[in-house]
Design a protein around this ligand. Structure first.
Ligand code: CIR
Length: 260
């Protein structure tokens, strides 16, 4: 069974962290409607969806991906690079505890889940404004005994590694080469985003399809031409908060957690 943990939209999302985007008003009601449609898309992609309530004091809590990294039967609880987001983590650990073994990133390390891209047994980790070298080192020592290796990848011009590159099929990556050097991902096929859509590298590959933002039809067409199935979701309000489709869920499989 595949599981997705999601968290509701904070009524304070207009006070979210912003790094590369200019602040624009977020319509909270519309964000909630988009969030419900996203949950439906997760369910229809075969996930059992678990919902944590939003916390009004935590503007970015919907972006649950940043709080943990599921690695096989283990959840690595992060220490987000933005101090305002650190109080998000404890409730996520409590929600995961029954399903996954919990381990922690601790100070002075910082790590955002949006910086971790898993391809097979390799975790590519963005050296971004949110994830520091101690975060990369701690992640490496936590996952090495579990059979995973960690490769640090420089990221410039965007928030997270997964703003610049995501997996859209087994060893197939969707890449924005302006923000990350595609040569870092040896052994993977690369599809470049359409040049008219610089922010289009974030897709969520689940099972046989990719959840993909409605804002990027040209890149969606590239994915379809490559023979991949795309399900479009409108995440316009989350994009104003510098989020996209991977960041609104934490996904893990029972099979990888079995036998722990
Ligand atoms: C932040 O800056 O932390 C949030 N406003 C957006 C986080 C998006 N997270 C992600 O893409 N993994």
């Amino acid at each position: 069974m595949r599981h997705a943990l999601v968290r509701g939209v904070s009524p304070a999302m207009n006070r979210c962290e912003l790094t590369h985007c200019t602040r624009e008003p977020i319509d909270i009601e519309r964000a909630e409607t988009q969030h419900r449609a996203y949950l439906t898309a997760l369910e229809e992609s075969g996930c059992r969806v678990h919902v944590l309530p939003a916390v009004p004091e935590l503007p970015d809590c919907v972006f649950i991906e940043d709080t943990a990294v599921a690695v096989g039967a283990t959840a690595v609880m992060t220490r987000p690079g933005a101090a305002s987001r650190r109080p998000e983590v404890d409730a996520v650990a409590d929600a995961l505890r029954d399903c996954l073994e919990i381990v922690w990133i601790v100070p002075p390390a910082t790590l955002d889940g949006g910086d971790v891209l898993c391809v097979g047994r390799t975790l590519f980790v963005g050296a971004s404004g949110r994830t520091n070298s101690a975060g990369v080192a701690q992640l490496r020592s936590l996952v090495a005994p579990r059979g995973y290796n960690v490769v640090s990848v420089p990221v410039t011009g965007c928030l997270h590694l997964k703003s610049a590159v995501t997996a859209v099929a087994d060893h197939v990556l969707l890449v924005q080469e302006r923000w990350v050097d595609g040569d870092a991902f040896s052994g993977c096929e690369r599809i470049e985003v359409d040049p008219r859509e610089p922010g289009a590298a974030n897709g969520l590959w689940i099972g046989d399809k990719i959840l993909f933002p409605a804002a990027y039809p040209y890149t969606a067409e590239r994915l379809r031409r490559r023979g991949l199935r795309v399900r479009v979701v409108d995440v316009s309000e989350f994009a104003k908060a510098e989020g996209a489709v991977t960041c609104c869920s934490l996904i893990w499989d029972d099979s990888s957690a079995a036998g722990r």
